[in-house]
Write a protein that binds this ligand. Structure first.
Ligand code: FAD
Length: 471
């Protein structure tokens, strides 16, 4: 941005006050982009959970320590003096948009996604039919889901062929002991130790060239000493559209190569079988008289030449006792903001929240209100992609800064006094240091990097000075 516009920001004599709602990667990268700009900024980062880092903490699988390690880089951003973390604050409940507009010159929403996209097939509400997001929240120790997860099924289906489907399938197929060195909390270890799953069947509606996994995640399936990955040679099929996709994308080609190799090798003796099925479209989850899942019916599909598929009318019944749908995450709508229910995003242009168009078709934006990350462009893409999102949103915000209605109460302690008056027990960055140290101390005797604290109350206690939970 130009020097002239930097000087004219806000009231001109004080730093630009910005609230960011959602301390996942998108929100933290937005704070970073703001601090790296020419503008003088003072940022408060609001987070619903007592701890920051969003889906890195509550989505990324526990056996992906390298990805969880991105937290180290994000930590450095939150260490900067221009940014404050205000955790355990639920926007829409503890604080509203008019409140934020009183304390800040601009507000950025980076609330991500935490629910499962619906799958409209018969039997989806049966006992034993689960959303992947709920299971992920359970194994990642999210405080707001039940502590126990039913793992009685010996044969399990996972619907979907993206990375989340692979995470769910891998965690279901691994043993509890394989996952013990990770940060999983004790209740999750106990649950996984009792897991009866011996066969995990992953189903994709289309073919290998249309799968949404990334090559690294796919190949990783084969690294577990307990998991035998099995691909039926009949499921390796390509049409012109698929061949074109392979030519245009190295990633697609790598995935196809890996699946081809797995399809022609002999099946080994590892105890847990993980089948990757293609060209099988889920048609119905079958229940018994008590409403429990006892099977899955799929319809065989075939390629139509363009990379799309059509049904063949040939059905297969699979002996399955639990079904996990991993067909995508979905964002929740944000109070006081417009929301596109179908896309699951806040309508926006390059991060500016879009209200509607005027009579001449020109976009009308919500003043001083922005979005970034998954709530901006939908729940797809890796953590790294949220950095580009943030840069684009912050460029718009800085271009608009001269037009902001200045906050009425921009002082740092005005908003904290407001929260204290309301009795909101918020956590801080210093509190995260304490919780982090506590989790590491729980892991240390077992040679583990950390053991996650699950209960919200325990997280809050561990975040307070000189108070740790009795565990
Ligand atoms: C199961 C799963 C596994 C994944 N694994 C990988 C992986 O291995 N590698 C990879 O690169 N990417 C992975 N991703 C993708 C990655 O997690 C996302 O790209 C990234 O987290 C999106 O960032 P975000 O900040 O937009 O959203 P989020 O990470 O969802 O962060 C949003 C934050 O906003 C907070 N929030 C929401 N509502 C409110 C509110 N009302 N008030 C206050 N705070 C609120 C949430 O608590 C959360 O902390 C995975 C995603 C999932 C779902």
């Amino acid at each position: 941005m130009t020097e002239q516009s930097a000087e004219s920001i806000g009231a001109g004599t004080r730093p630009l006050r910005i609230a960011i709602v959602g301390a996942g990667p998108a929100g933290i990268y937005a704070a970073d982009a703001l601090m790296k700009s020419d503008a003088e900024v003072s940022i408060d980062l609001y987070e619903r959970m007592p701890a920051p880092f969003g889906l890195i903490r509550y989505g990324v699988a526990p056996d992906h320590p390298r990805i969880k390690g991105i937290i180290t880089a994000l930590h450095k951003v939150l260490d900067k003096p221009q940014v404050r973390l205000l955790g355990n604050i639920d926007y829409g409940v503890d604080i509203t948009l008019p409140d934020l507009q009183r304390f800040y010159d601009a507000v950025i929403f980076s609330t991500g996604a935490n629910a499962d996209r619906a799958l409209e097939i018969a039997g989806i509400d049966l006992d034993g039919s689960y959303g992947a997001a709920d299971f992920v929240s359970w194994y990642d120790g999210h405080p707001d889901v039940p502590r126990e997860w039913p793992l009685e099924a010996e044969k399990v289906a996972v619907l979907g062929v993206g990375n989340v489907a692979l995470d769910v399938a891998r965690v279901l197929a691994k043993t509890g002991d394989e996952l013990l060195p990770t940060e999983i909390p004790p209740n999750v270890y106990e649950g996984l130790r009792g897991n009866k799953a011996r066969e995990v069947h992953v189903f994709g509606r289309r073919g290998p060239a249309q799968a949404k996994f990334t090559p690294l995640e796919l190949r990783e399936l084969d690294h577990s000493p307990t998991i035998e990955v099995i691909v039926d040679p009949a499921d390796i099929d390509y049409d012109e559209g698929s061949e074109a996709a392979r030519r245009h994308s190295k990633q697609v080609d790598m995935i196809c190569n890996t699946l081809e190799q797995w399809a022609i090798r002999d099946v080994g003796a590892r105890p847990h079988k993980l089948f990757l099925h293609f060209f099988e479209s889920p048609a119905e989850i079958v229940g018994d008289g008590d409403g429990k899942v006892v099977g899955l019916r799929t319809e065989r599909t075939q390629l139509d030449g363009t990379g799309n598929c059509k049904g063949t009318g040939e059905f297969t019944d699979w002996d399955i006792q639990a079904v996990y749908r991993a067909v995508g995450y979905l964002s929740q709508n944000i109070p006081s903001l417009p929301f596109d229910e179908q896309a699951g995003t806040v309508p926006n242009e390059a991060g500016r929240v879009l209200v509607d168009e005027d009579a001449d078709g020109a976009a009308r934006y919500m003043p001083g209100t922005y979005v970034t990350g998954w709530i901006k462009r939908g729940p797809v893409g890796l953590i790294g992609h949220t950095k580009g999102d943030a840069n684009e949103t912050i460029a718009c915000l800085l271009d608009d800064a001269a037009t902001f209605a200045p906050a009425q109460s921009p002082e740092l302690d005005a908003v904290t006094a407001f929260l204290q008056d309301k009795g909101v027990p918020f956590t801080t960055w210093a509190g995260w240091y304490r919780l982090d140290a506590h989790e590491r101390s729980l892991g240390e005797p077992q040679g583990r990097e950390r053991v996650k604290v699950v209960e919200r109350e325990d997280m809050l206690r561990a975040s307070e000075p000189d108070k740790v939970p009795n565990s």
